[in-house]
Design a binder for this molecule. Structure first.
Ligand SMILES: Cc1cc2nc3c(=O)[nH]c(=O)nc-3n(C[C@H](O)[C@H](O)[C@H](O)COP(=O)(O)OP(=O)(O)OC[C@H]3O[C@@H](n4cnc5c(N)ncnc54)[C@H](O)[C@@H]3O)c2cc1C
Length: 381
C-alpha cells in the first residue's frame, strides 16, 4: 500500500518504520525542518551542549518492549532525574519527601513522626476532594500546598487550583522517606546522541520517503491508501468546530560559563516569579564535558493560533468540543489519528511508542483481514 504519515515525531516514525518493514511504501511529511517532533534535540553551536529544543525530555518506562525498541536504534546511558525547587527564599528537594518536610519545618522528624505531623495539619474535613486545591489541602495541608503546589500550578495552567479537577493531583503527593528520584520506572535513561539521532535511525529505511518542511493538506490524502495523522485533531478539520485549548511554552534561552544551577531542573513555585522552571541542559548528559552551559527559563501561557500546542487542557469545555471532533473523525474514513496531538492527550514518550506499535499492528491486521482501520486505535475520550 501507499501510506502517508503526517508528522515525523515518535508516532509517525514508529508507525512508518513498521509499515516500511512490512513492505509498504511510506511517505512521511513534517512541516518542521527536523524530525523527532517535540522530542527534538540539537547541539548548541556556541557551547556544544545537547539541547532539548522543545523542553526537557527524560525517558522512563516499565514497558520492556518499548525499552528494547528504543535501544535498537540508540544507546541509552543511565540517567536519574531529580528536581529541586526554589520557594520562599530557599531551595528544597522535590517531589515533596521527608527531606522537604524536615527542611520546611526546620525539624528532624522520622517517617512516622512526619506522617503524624502531616495528618495533623491536613484538612480531613474534606472527605471527597473535588478540586486540585481540596485534594492538596486534604493530603498535605496548607503550608506545603502554598509553598510547593499552589503557585507552580497557577503558573503552569493559568487558572486557580480551585478551578482544576482533583484528578490532576492523582496520588498522594508526599513521600515519607528520603527518596527524591522523580521516576520509579524499571527502565530509565538518556539517548547518548539525543532523540533526533534516534528518530533519524528509525526513519532510515529504503521504504521511507521523508519530506521535511511540508505541511499536510486534506487533498493530499486522496493520493494514499491510508493516512496516519499525528498533527492536531482540530487542525485536520480546519478548526471548524473551534480550537481545542492548549497551554504553550516560551523558552528564554541564555548561556553561561560553568555550572549555572547545579541540577537539570529547578522549579520556581513563588507566584511573583514569572517563569515555572529553569532547565540546564548539560545536566541531562553528565558523561559529556562542556565549558559553557545552556539554560532555558520556561514560561507557560494560553496557546494562540500561531503558537506551538504543548499541553492539552482537557477541562469540561474542551472535552465537549473533543467529543464533537471525535464524531467527525469517526465518519472520515481512510485516516487514523495518532499521538499526543491527534488524540488530544498528554502522552509520555514510552506511551506514545507503545500506542504507535499497537496502532501499526492493528493496521496490518485490518489490512490482512480486508477490514477498515478505525479513526482511533486508542479513543481520546
Ligand atoms: C514540555 C514537554 C515536556 C515533555 N517531557 C517529557 C518527558 O520528560 N518524558 C516523556 O516521556 N515525555 C515527555 N513529553 C511528551 C513527548 O513530547 C511526547 O510523548 C511526544 O512528543 C509525542 O510524539 P508525537 O509524535 O505524538 O507528537 P509530536 O512530537 O508533537 O510530533 C508531531 C509532529 O507532527 C508535525 N505536524 C503537525 N501538524 C502537521 C501538519 N499539518 N503537516 C505536517 N506536519 C505536521 C509536527 O511538526 C510534529 O513534528 C513532554 C512533552 C512536553 C510538551
Amino acid at each position: 500500500m501507499n501510506l502517508l504519515m503526517v508528522g515525523a515525531g515518535l508516532s509517525g516514525a514508529v508507525i512508518g518504520r513498521m509499515m516500511a518493514e512490512a513492505g509498504h511504501k511510506v511517505t512521511i511529511l513534517d512541516e518542521r525542518d527536523h524530525v523527532a517532533g517535540n522530542c527534538h534535540t540539537e547541539r548548541d553551536a556556541e557551547t556544544g551542549v545537547l539541547v532539548h529544543i522543545y523542553g526537557p525530555h527524560i525517558f522512563h518506562t516499565d514497558d520492556a518492549e518499548v525499552w528494547e525498541y528504543v535501544n535498537r536504534f540508540e544507546t541509552f546511558l543511565p540517567y536519574n532525574h531529580r528536581v529541586k525547587t526554589t520557594s520562599q527564599g530557599q531551595v528544597f528537594s522535590l517531589p515533596i519527601n521527608l527531606h522537604t518536610i524536615n527542611q520546611y519545618y526546620g525539624k528532624t522528624m522520622r517517617p512516622d513522626e512526619a506522617r503524624a505531623h502531616i495528618a495533623e495539619i491536613a484538612d480531613t474535613s474534606i472527605e471527597t476532594p473535588q478540586t486540585f486545591e481540596e485534594q492538596a489541602l486534604r493530603f498535605v495541608g496548607p503550608d506545603l500546598y502554598e509553598a510547593f503546589l499552589k503557585g507552580y500550578t497557577m503558573k503552569q495552567w493559568g487558572v486557580s487550583p480551585t478551578d482544576l479537577p482533583a484528578s490532576i493531583l492523582k496520588r498522594l503527593p508526599v513521600r515519607f522517606n528520603y527518596d527524591d528520584h522523580y521516576f520509579f520506572h524499571q527502565f530509565k535513561g538518556m539517548p547518548q546522541d539525543g532523540y533526533t539521532a534516534m528518530v533519524e535511525r528509525i526513519l532510515d529505511h529504503p521504504g521511507i520517503d521523508l519530506r521535511l518542511g511540508q505541511r499536510f493538506s486534506r487533498e493530499m490524502a486522496e493520493r494514499f491508501d491510508h493516512v496516519f495523522y499525528s498533527g492536531p485533531l482540530d487542525g485536520y478539520f480546519d478548526y471548524a468546530l473551534g480550537r481545542l485549548g492548549y497551554r504553550t511554552l516560551d523558552f528564554e534561552k541564555f548561556t553561561e560559563i560553568g555550572d549555572y544551577q547545579g541540577c537539570a531542573v529547578m522549579n520556581y513555585g513563588d507566584p511573583d516569579v514569572p517563569y515555572t522552571r529553569i532547565t540546564e541542559h548539560k545536566h541531562f548528559a553528565p558523561w559529556e564535558d562542556h565549558e559553557g552551559t545552556v539554560c532555558y527559563r520556561e514560561y507557560s501561557r494560553a496557546c494562540g493560533a500561531d503558537d506551538i500546542p504543548y499541553y492539552p487542557i482537557r477541562l469540561m469545555g474542551e472535552m465537549e468540543m473533543l467529543g464533537r471532533y471525535v464524531e467527525h473523525a469517526n465518519q472520515e474514513g481512510g485516516v487514523t489519528f495518532v499521538g499526543r496531538l491527534g488524540t488530544y492527550r498528554y502522552l509520555d514518550m514510552d506511551v506514545t511508542i507503545r500506542e504507535a506499535l499497537d496502532t501499526g499492528r492493528a493496521f496490518l491486521k485490518h489490512a490482512a483481514d480486508g477490514t477498515q482501520m478505525p479513526a482511533f486505535s486508542k479513543p481520546p475520550l
